[in-house]
Design a protein around this ligand. Structure first.
Ligand code: AMP
Length: 276
């Protein structure tokens, strides 16, 4: 039976009634798709009790962003999680940020650059809410998607620096047949925009090929940016080949590397990344 709780105290009480075993957590913003459900299955492999949180976190959105429009389908989400999760934690904004809330978690290192250059508020919001969720549920493990690769590294940094006793597990990106990474924001795309969105992953694959053959990482990034404009993207925030462990700048493929990209089609901003 899947139980839904909305208060941190109720979450802790529900977890305290378990007889034994490990806890796995999957933090989400809801509008669940198969990518989210793959994370839940991953948590289930190693945990006896699986907690999924659904919370559209206001502090990780700028006032100009899509917090109000972000898809919310709690009823459908709960139906998808029935039998998959043991506990679904669906706090209100007031529960997570009660009146007078005055704490923020700031992460440096992998949080600097890339997403932060375009969404400076983003990782502060993510780090604060993830810290709060992990402290609330005290899971033994928590699963995050490689889809949000920089976020995954930020969460690892946060957990290491605060010595939170939780293992962070990375799950691979689930994609549509044409390579588009599943995302709740794909719901914003018109049929025409959806066709353009499907080209992002192929363009990154081509950039990986070019980087490998020429060894000129900047030229490969530049060609990918050009290809995105040509494919019909309306704005390219970045295409960057970076050190896969630190996201540091690199000039040669000597260590494991990652290509990361963010681009807009109309109002919809898409991100993707791949290993080199
Ligand atoms: P979100 O609800 O978008 O905040 O995502 C919640 C979690 O699901 C994050 O750890 C994401 O990285 C992960 N996730 C989102 N999309 C995918 C996907 N297509 N494949 C795998 N994981 C994903």
């Amino acid at each position: 039976m899947t139980r839904t709780v909305t208060a941190v105290t109720a979450l802790r009480a529900a977890l305290a009634t378990r007889k034994s075993g490990s806890i796995g957590m999957v933090p989400t913003m809801g509008a669940l798709h198969d990518g989210h459900l793959a994370l839940v299955k991953e948590a289930r492999k190693d945990a006896d009790t699986v907690v999924v949180s659904i919370f559209v976190n206001p502090t990780q959105f700028a006032p100009t962003e899509d917090f109000g429009a972000y898809p919310r389908n709690l009823e459908q989400d709960l139906a998808k999680l029935a039998g998959q999760a043991d506990i679904v934690f669906t706090p209100s904004a007031k529960e997570m940020y009660p009146e007078g809330f005055a704490t923020a978690v700031t992460v440096g290192g992998p949080a600097l650059g890339l997403e932060s250059d375009f969404r400076p508020h983003f990782f502060g919001g993510v780090a604060t809410v993830v810290a709060k969720l992990l402290i609330a549920a005290s899971p033994n493990l928590a699963v995050f998607g490689e889809k949000d690769y920089q976020q995954l590294l930020v969460v690892r940094q946060l957990v290491r620096d605060l010595a939170l006793p939780v293992e962070i597990i990375a799950a691979p990106t689930l994609r549509e047949a044409d390579g588009l990474a599943l995302s709740s924001r794909n719901a914003y795309l018109s049929p025409d925009e959806r066709r353009i969105a499907g080209k992002l992953n192929m363009i990154l694959k081509n950039a990986i090929g070019a980087a490998r053959t020429s060894g000129d990482l900047r030229a490969a990034e530049g060609a990918a940016i050009e290809a995105l404009w040509e494919a019909g993207f309306s704005h390219v925030d970045y295409v960057a080949i970076r050190d896969a462990a630190t996201l540091d700048h690199i000039t040669a493929l000597e260590r494991p590397a990652r290509i990361l990209a963010a681009a807009k089609i109309g109002k919809t901003r898409l991100i993707d990344n791949m290993a080199l």
